[in-house]
Write a protein that binds this ligand. Sequence first.
Ligand code: ADP
Length: 495
Amino acid sequence: MNTPKSKGNATVQKKGIRSMLFAYLAVFCAVVLLLIWIVQVFLLDSIYHGILLYRMGEAATTLTSVVESDDPRRGADAVAVNYEVSIAVFRVENDMLAERVLMADGAAGSVLAKLKNAEYADLYRSAKENGGTATKDFAVQYTFGPETRPGKTVTSHRLVYVSLQQTVDGTPIALFLDAAIIPQGAQSGAVMVEMILLSLLFVIAALVLAHEMSKRIAAPLAGITAGAKQLADGRYDTHFESDGCREIEELSNTLNYAAQELSKVDNLQKELIANVSHDLRTPLTTIIGYAEVMRDIEGENKPENMQVIIDEAKRLSDLVNDLLEISRHSADGKTPVVPQEFDMHDLVRETADRYRQMLEKDGFLFKTEIGDTPMPVTADRARIAQVLNNLIHNAVNYSSENKEITLTCTKTEDGYTRVEVIDRGEGIPADKLPHIWQRYYKVDRRHKRSVVGSGLGLSIVQGILEAHFARYGVDSRVGDGSRFWFELPPKGSGS
Ligand code: ADP
């Protein structure tokens, strides 16, 4: 039973690759933007503060060495400009700030110049309590003078950093550094613009990406689906294009292969019907013709005519047997084998004798090249006999003026039992050799003798030999004849 899912119209319409890609990319964009927002809103401030403090710490270390140099003023100016900070350095005496030894201004709007001594002292104390460093934020109001923008007041946020140090000679000093903090408002405004830009870019990139991807995946798939429908309608010449990604290329290659195989099966089926109907019709017409003559014309009821009917009926029965045999093989793909030990010399000799008796009168010469000692093999005797019969049958069928047929039986160096059926007949063209084992294959359909065969004999031979794990083959040259051979493995090997 089919699940409702697979029932064509009754199915819930599934999403296409294109819309799925768009959906996935939209979710991806949303997640990425959200993460960026979170980082910006919650972490930016602390990251910014961290970097500012680190730079001020660095400036303080540089400044300590500058204080002891020959020209501390110039050194302090350089530090102030480099780090964009204002600087004030105090000597410390008896745990209290004594005199200010240095002052430098590297940033506009410094708060240090405006600090009162008491505020310096407070900052010093908190640094002391805090293990040597302290920070404090200041919001400084500026009112523009009357000549520029009268009455306009702006607020500048400053960070003051205090670091307690000692010079090399052991004099304690207190370093005060002050830098501007970029105002929060300006920051979040910039972030907002940045986020909107980013979101737009993301959406555009996602659209382009989804479009490109769906072009590369969905379009070839649609082509393949259309091709597969044609294939289902029996158009086996359908070719599947393999552009796109590797998986799609593999899919189209597989479908091309399937189309090829289906077309072969289709051809075989047509050939089978043509062959079988032809093969059945010829003997049937003969039988009916002879039987009618014998019934209607007095004196025609002769044994020769009867013999023709019997021969043709035998041909029919052989053909039906072949067909049955083939269908039995193809049912499970294997030929059933019942192995037993028998003498191969015996079988070859027996078969040759039988054919000799039957066909000597038609000018056939059956030769055997076999030793006197027995050649035991373990195999299915009846089936190997069938192989020999089919090969000899062909040797007889495709013989020419020279009607000599030789059977040989030898042992190979690696212990296999080799049997050859050699004829001096018409031979097989080299380009046809690989095909002769195929079912229903006939080298030349117009050949008068090919009417006799069904194209099944060698396919049956192949099935039996493969079930025995035998090696087999044919050497043939047009005009010289053919040598069909097979080699049965020694007992215990192969099967
Ligand atoms: P068929 O029943 O037509 O003989 P086979 O499967 O036995 O079918 O053989 C397939 C084809 O191989 C034959 O149609 C024939 O053309 C070719 N063939 C087989 N045996 C011989 C041979 N001994 N000499 C020449 N051609 C042969």
